[in-house]
Design a protein around this ligand. Sequence first.
Ligand code: 5AD
Ligand code: FES
Length: 354
Amino acid sequence: MNESLNNTTLKTLIDKLHKEQNLSKDEWVTLITGRNSELSEYLFSLARKEQQKYYGTDIYVRGLIEFTNYCRNDCLYCGIRKSNKDLHRYRLSEDTILSCCREGYRLGFRTFVLQGGEDGWFTDKKMIHLIQEIKKHYPDCALTLSIGEKSHESYQAFFDAGADRYLLRHETYNHQHYSMLHPESLSAAHRQQCLWDLKEIGYQVGTGFMVGSPYQTAEHLAEDMLFMKELNPQMIGIGPFIPHHATPFASEPAGTLELTLFMLGLIRLMIPKVLLPATTALGTIHPKGRELGILAGANVIMPNLSPTDVRKDYLLYDNKICTGDESAQCRRCLETRMKSIGYQVVTARGDSLN
Ligand code: 5AD
Ligand code: FES
């Protein structure tokens, strides 16, 4: 943080962002590197204004079902990477997944997110059946997939089966940085192509990145902002990088609360109608992380609906919160947390306004 940069100049940049919803790469870098607490407060007050203009004080909830922790990939940051052998691997049966939805529906969830590693056992045929079953039983609910990189054909087939939304974080726009976080088999170019495919098919698309991932610079974050502006996704998920003990990044420092909140505020001003979660990772690095995320401009929370006995096996990073809690406990807990800051959890699909 550079306290010497004149706050008047920086506030002018925030005003420009607020007005034009865009900045140049250099301007993004200036804001990100020059940030300080006074500037952050200014940013958050504008971000809350935009958030409330479109969504009031409503907070949408998404029920996350972590249905498989098998993964063919080996991302260097991720706790369920295939090289992690001290991990009990599991897959939920279709019946178990449907009973998570049943419990979720009872608790007021109207969006279910099926998230998993890239697990070949779940063939397109099995996924299509699962999607159709969920949509048949819960036609008033939105169904979101978060199952990684697939062919255009598979994405189309899942969409035709009834999936409404797809989450696929771009992780980092910069190709060189991407290659420092991933094995050689994965590329930024293919990741981004998947996002364009998803958009073209007609999904409501979510992308995003980790804040403070190893080797990340302010330039990388600026490039992430420019990419997201161009993609114009309906949802953006960001959270701090948190090291996982059984990965090559075990001793890397975690991303900070402060920078994550600042990026949330910037994203709210850049794409005012975006659906923006205060993530579990944010709640993990600080006991009030999710509340602070909402106060920085976020408007979505994604609690876990997975059965309690598998939650400890879906640890992408260390110290993940809520792994011992029942879905109903989390639902109540979130209600109280949101009330404490003047917001309320609502029972609604919470579709994108753009
Ligand atoms: N810390 C924080 N976030 C992580 N993710 C994966 N591993 C970690 C980690 N160690 C994020 C990635 C992925 C999403 C599902 O979780 O951004 O896209
Ligand atoms: Fe899970 Fe608070 S949200 S216990």
